[in-house]
Design a protein around this ligand. Structure first.
Ligand SMILES: [Fe+2]
Length: 376
């Protein structure tokens, strides 16, 4: 079935009113879930019972009904969080097997739980313990004896923060799924995005980009063509030359994609990639006709790996070219003035001498190892 054509109206992001949303119920975004799950980790039964009573207590009409899980050992806690969605962990500073800070470090190293808040409790006086707890990844630190109202207030605030993060993650997850759907519609497979992310991050590692920019490249690998969702099938899959008007629609996927991603602050570093990945070194690209160094650096990286992947992958209408053939075409395009010469040399260098942390991923770009390190 043909995708409905969304006509171009104005180069501006949609406002809530345009979507027919004149009222945004704040309660949907500001409160913790009614069914938040809290995991209490403490080897002393009396302590767990006390925390449970405090969390289930409160003044009439002000009590919360959390789902409470308990365990005695940090290893049990790590096992529980690998199987269940936990919204908050309350743990002791001193525990068997490993200390609270050691537990926190392991907890934070897990991609599934690195954003789950941890409240650490201790009866040991001394700011050095608090520093150790917070440094290891605990979000809050409370000294015993606990004040029930203080504990409840901290827990409520931490769960509210967690709910906001969950909401953002959901939106981001929807965008990524949408982006992959677009790629599949464009006769690519989901692996195309993964490869782009792998190649782009490898390029970034080679020149020593900071983690924030590596993350932008990783996300850009998935999101750069998300604006194609607004390009109708009749244009996207046309097997003859596009008319001038059709080209305008096709080119609009750059700024339309930027508009789609602009709503999320966390995607701000990705916006130049989405908007400017079709610029050319000599200024003959689109949408802004930027020249040379004025083309955002991350967009230049993504563009080169996008072209390389398109050349080296088989499509319904063409066979896959070899690595050498693809490089040959890219160097031809350098001669024509279209590509950043340094960027093409950098791509060649990355494949000739892959960064150590990317060696495996570049051979078989499943991204498993890299995504664990970068997509946090
Ligand atoms: Fe594109």
């Amino acid at each position: 079935m043909a995708t409905p054509y969304i006509p171009i109206r104005a180069h501006a992001p949609l406002e809530a009113g345009e979507l027919g949303l004149s009222y945004t119920p704040e309660i949907l975004f500001t409160g913790p879930s009614d069914s938040s799950t809290i995991l209490i980790v403490d080897d002393a039964e009396i302590n767990r019972r006390m925390i449970r009573a405090m969390l289930q207590g409160g003044r009439a009409g002000n009590s919360k009904q959390y789902k409470l899980l308990e365990c005695r050992r940090p290893s049990e806690a790590l096992s529980i969080v690998s199987q269940e969605k936990v919204d908050l962990v309350i743990c002791e500073f001193i525990m068997p097997e490993m200390s609270g800070p050691e537990f926190c470090q392991r907890f934070r190293a897990n991609k599934k739980t690195y954003l789950t808040p941890v409240l650490m409790l201790t009866s040991v006086q001394g700011s050095e313990h608090e520093i150790a707890g917070i440094t290891s990844g605990a979000d809050e630190f409370l000294l015993k004896p606990l004040q029930p109202a203080v504990l409840r207030a901290r827990v409520t605030a931490m769960l509210r923060h967690k709910a906001a993060i969950d909401s953002l993650e959901e939106v981001e997850s929807i965008l990524f799924t949408l982006a992959q759907t677009v790629e599949q519609r464009d006769h690519y497979t989901g692996a195309h995005c993964q490869r782009l992310a792998t190649y782009a991050v490898a390029m970034g590692l080679r020149v020593g980009l900071p983690r924030e920019q590596l993350l932008a490249l990783y996300r850009g690998g998935f999101l750069h063509d998300i604006g194609k969702i607004s390009v109708p099938d009749a244009i996207l899959f046309k097997d003859s030359l596009l008319t001038q008007d059709e080209w305008e629609v096709m080119r609009s996927h750059t700024w339309r994609g930027e508009d789609i991603c602009r709503g999320m602050k966390s995607l701000a570093p990705v916006l130049p990639i989405v908007r400017n990945h079709h610029e050319r070194w000599d200024g003959s690209g689109y949408p802004d006709g930027l020249v040379g160094d004025r083309i955002p650096y991350l967009a230049r990286i993504l563009q080169i790996v996008d072209i390389y992947d398109a050349l080296t992958t088989a499509r319904p209408y063409k066979p896959a070219l070899s690595h050498a053939e693809a490089l040959g075409i890219l160097y031809e395009e350098v001669k024509r003035g279209w590509r950043d010469p340094e960027m093409v040399r950098q791509l060649q260098d990355v494949f000739d001498n892959p960064p150590p942390e990317m060696r495996e991923a570049l051979v078989s770009p499943s991204l498993n190892s890299m995504s664990q390190n970068v997509s946090k």
